[in-house]
Design a protein around this ligand. Structure first.
Ligand SMILES: [Zn+2]
Ligand SMILES: [Zn+2]
Length: 124
């Protein structure tokens, strides 16, 4: 009989686990629950703490404006705000449109990129 011990890696922020260290490290960096996350969806993600503040003081729509429409930044602020809220019984924020929004956001970004990187205008 042969036994094999495998190391499993867990995200410090949300507890998600995986067997591959590089992919878990990558996940950790962008994890919605990471207060110092970087955002893989937008270039200027700003400060998560600031995003949470906007969400808690002004609401979901104000937050979306603040993060320039990035659904991933919105979602991370919602999740982290909810996590804090649970300890002092505050209203739970829901962001149900995430899936739709991220699809739109990615399509839009792709479209813009293909325009920006496209062929130069024939008249210029
Ligand atoms: Zn995580
Ligand atoms: Zn973002």
């Amino acid at each position: 009989m042969r036994t094999k011990t495998v190391t499993r890696y867990y995200c410090d922020h949300c507890g998600r686990g995986g067997f591959k260290k590089p992919s878990m490290a990558r996940h950790e960096g962008v994890c919605f629950s990471n207060p110092n996350r970087t955002c893989p969806e937008c270039e200027d993600w700003g400060d998560v703490a600031e995003n949470i503040k906007v969400l808690e003081e002004k609401g979901l729509d104000a937050l979306k404006d603040h993060v320039k429409g990035c659904p991933a930044c919105t979602m991370s602020a919602v999740i982290q705000s909810n996590k804090r809220g649970l300890s002092h019984q505050e209203a739970y924020v829901r962001y149900d449109d995430y899936k739709e929004d991220i699809d739109d956001y990615r399509n839009e970004k792709y479209r813009e990129e293909s325009i920006n990187c496209g062929l130069s205008h024939p008249d210029s």
